[in-house]
Write a protein that binds this ligand. Structure first.
Ligand SMILES: Nc1nc2c(ncn2[C@@H]2O[C@H](COP(=O)(O)OP(=O)(O)OP(=O)(O)O)[C@@H](O)[C@H]2O)c(=O)[nH]1
Ligand SMILES: [Zn+2]
Length: 364
């Protein structure tokens, strides 16, 4: 059980009441009594936070072996840790995440694997510039990513200061028209002092936000505006990077003065969803609705006579849907992987409970 005192300390690093209840219902590994949040992930090292201090940590090999590569630790995860005789912190177990934003990553050939972007977030800020970055088809993809993970999306259109007000207004309208009910769209200048007030509804104490969007969209600029310092390198310093890599190279969690946590991510060059056909139908709901009125039950909305979807859905949106659908079909393994993953968690919970029992009996 998490004590009141510990809960208060961990709230500073994003422990929500729901997360606390979730953790309280799970057996804590007796060998690792401390709870921490992952705020940075390097290759085989992590940075953890206890609400007050950061500490470097490593992951027990047993956890590496247990966790399949497609379900690796990510920024935002909660972990159980212990310190060895040399003062080194080790992660013994991971709390099964309440949600995960994940995508498919391709190896260049036909194989793809699941890659976790972040765990346990309350809001996903989908960041897009009103400049040449503006692309509603890409936004549809990011929107699907958040909704499939069960994370509340908010669209943030940056660089409003760089364009003509009438143009910005038109883009804002187009974007709003695309959003399902309940998804807000905000247009702002990320470099000014607008972001804190404009994003206040989603940055309450204990809330965790992730920033998603392409390189140069303004994610680091927003992070700086919200955290009130320049701890995140921004694009202007790109000249430092002779290899021409993206400016933000790792995900990391930052704390806002008001008590929210914000996770900046590197711009993704491609975003392939980790989902199945049903997930996709769920987020393009008007297509699923329209399909009920198509003449053929198995209508694919690709030129069949009597197709109700082609009559009612914007052609570019329907094309985008078909494109994502084709990608998912190529990635059909994903469903099997997810099933396997759930199985792994089940087995691990069982093992943890058995270890717990064994330990108690050993002590008694
Ligand atoms: N004028 C103006 N410039 C902006 C705005 N948002 C971002 N910029 C500029 O755009 C450039 C890229 O911004 P970054 O914040 O580095 O973009 P990023 O999304 O973090 O990019 P990666 O780290 O590569 O993923 C920087 O030069 C910013 O100053 C904005 O709202 N207005
Ligand atoms: Zn149809």
């Amino acid at each position: 059980m998490i004590s009141e005192q510990l809960a208060a300390a961990l709230a500073a690093i994003g422990l929500t009441p729901a997360q606390r209840r979730h953790i309280d219902h799970l057996p804590a590994p007796p060998t690792a009594p401390f709870l921490r949040r992952v705020v940075e992930v390097q290759r085989d090292r992590l940075t953890l936070h206890d609400g007050e201090h950061e500490s470097p940590a490593r992951v027990l090999p047993a956890l590496h072996l247990g966790a399949a590569a497609h379900d690796g630790l990510a920024v935002g995860d909660w972990v159980h840790v212990a310190r060895d005789a040399h003062g080194q912190w080790w992660v013994h177990a991971r709390v099964p995440p309440l949600n995960q934003l994940a995508r498919r990553q391709h190896d260049g050939r036909e194989k793809s694997t699941r890659a976790v972007i972040v765990s346990n977030v309350d809001t996903a800020l989908l960041v897009m510039g009103l400049d040449h970055d503006f692309n509603l088809r890409r936004l549809e993809r990011y929107l699907a990513l958040a909704r499939i993970a069960g994370v509340q999306p908010v669209v943030v259109l940056t660089k409003a200061d760089l364009c003509d007000p009438a143009y910005a207004e038109r883009r804002l309208h187009e974007t709003c028209a695309l959003m399902p009910p309940g998804v807000d769209v905000v247009a702002l200048d990320a470099t000014g002092d607008e972001p804190s007030a404009a994003l206040a509804p989603w940055t309450g104490p204990g809330q965790t936000l992730v920033l998603l969007g392409s390189s140069g969209a303004g994610k680091s600029t927003l992070t700086n505006a919200l955290t009130g310092d320049a701890q995140q390198r921004v694009g202007a310093s790109r000249a430092d990077d002779s290899r021409g890599r993206h400016t933000t190279t790792a995900r990391s969690l930052h704390r806002m003065p008001g008590g929210a946590c914000i996770i900046d991510t590197p711009g993704l060059r491609t975003l392939r969803l980790d989902a199945d056909a049903q997930d996709l139908a769920g987020v393009f709901d008007e297509i699923a609705q329209g399909a009920l009125r198509c003449r053929f039950r198995d209508c694919r909305h690709q030129g069949e006579p009597g197709c109700a979807v082609q009559d009612s859905v914007a052609p570019e949106r329907l094309r985008n849907f078909h494109k994502m659908q084709r990608e998912l079909q190529r990635d059909t393994l994903s469903a099997l992987e997810r099933k396997a993953q759930r199985q792994v968690w089940k087995v691990r919970h069982k093992a943890a409970r058995a270890r717990d029992r064994g330990k108690r009996e050993g002590e008694g």
